[in-house]
Design a protein around this ligand. Structure first.
Ligand SMILES: Nc1nc2c(ncn2[C@@H]2O[C@H](COP(=O)(O)OP(=O)(O)OP(=O)(O)O)[C@@H](O)[C@H]2O)c(=O)[nH]1
Ligand SMILES: [Mg+2]
Length: 294
């Protein structure tokens, strides 16, 4: 048997979390069409008969304008050092820009095999994909260049097969039933955050975070109390919505998904709280699950 760790890195919105979920065939990380969705390093564990691969999804690397952003970049950099292979994801629809260049320079420092993953090829013609591959070959001698569609699940098996060639460990790090290193309460808060992200616009998604205040298993059901935290009263009003319509919508969507995920009844109570400047205060960042903040 072979095993190893594989890091997913790239700019925000490149499709890292979508790709990890597609490989695992299970939603371990939330996704959205807005940049800076992932805020923690999340391991997703892939198993087949003769392989275990621990995928390490990371926050998109970007220019930070809050302490939270600095934390996200640091999380991403930190995880690069401990993997066997780095998957450098780019959005194939977009030209290779300064942001991608910055990420590439950073990951070169880790001195690991780098696969260039050209994602979102479902939106491109074969000719365009071929031209891109030629172009990227001149940018860096990548160990592999693999075009994929994370969303449409194209070329996923080829990617996994290629990764296997680079693995050298021979131990299972996790038992085969484990799909992530994150606790259940994290998955719950993330699913609520995903719904809040999807239903809000502009600066609102980035100004909010979610936490589980209490979670109890009773008679085969989960009773969950959760909070959506925002940094301003005006955003609280947006998240509550007219006559509570927005918070109700978020709660219903989250509950339905949680019921499918856990295959049990879910009783979810969600409230909105204001914590001014939470993204800039280390005390709150730690309290809301962004640990090891320095
Ligand atoms: N058309 C297309 N869209 C994709 C593909 N993969 C991801 N997307 C979309 O791209 C957006 C971003 O996907 P995410 O997986 O959240 O991106 P990410 O790289 O994890 O982003 P951050 O967590 O912000 O760093 C979502 O709207 C996805 O549906 C793909 O293969 N094709
Ligand atoms: Mg992500």
């Amino acid at each position: 048997m072979k095993s190893g760790f594989v890091g997913l890195v790239g700019r925000p919105n490149a499709g890292k979390s979508t790709l990890m979920n597609s490989i695992l065939n299970k939603k371990v990380a939330i996704t959205s069409n807005k940049p800076q969705t992932t805020r923690n390093v999340i391991q997703g564990i892939y198993n087949d008969e003769d392989t275990q691969i621990v995928f390490v999804d990371t926050p998109g690397i970007h220019k930070p304008n809050h302490k939270l952003g600095t934390f996200l970049n640091k999380e991403a950099y930190g995880s690069m050092m401990d993997v066997d292979v780095l998957l450098f994801l780019v959005d194939a629809q977009k030209p290779f820009g300064r942001g991608d260049c910055f990420v590439l320079e950073k990951i070169k420092e880790a001195k690991k095999p780098i696969f260039l993953i050209l994602n979102k090829i479902d939106t491109l013609s074969n000719e365009a994909i071929y031209a891109l591959i030629q172009q990227y070959k001149d940018i860096h001698p990548f160990d592999e260049i693999i075009p994929v569609s994370a969303l449409k699940k194209r070329n996923i098996k080829e990617l996994v097969d290629t990764i296997k060639k680079y693995l050298t460990d021979e131990v299972r790090y996790y038992d085969t039933k484990t799909i992530t290193n994150k606790p259940i309460s994290f998955l719950v808060s993330e699913i609520i955050r995903e719904k809040a992200f999807a239903l809000t616009e502009k600066e609102v998604p980035h100004s909010l975070t979610c936490i589980v205040d209490a979670m109890e298993k009773k008679n085969n059901a989960y009773f969950i109390q959760a909070s959506i935290i925002v940094d301003r009263e005006s955003l609280k009003q947006i998240l509550i919505g007219k006559n509570g319509s927005m918070i109700k919508k978020i709660g219903t969507l989250a509950r339905k998904e949680l019921e499918t995920f856990f295959n049990r009844n879910i009783y979810l109570e969600t409230r909105v709280r204001v914590v001014p400047k939470w993204r800039d205060k280390e005390k709150y960042l730690t309290e809301f699950g962004f640990h090891d903040f320095e």
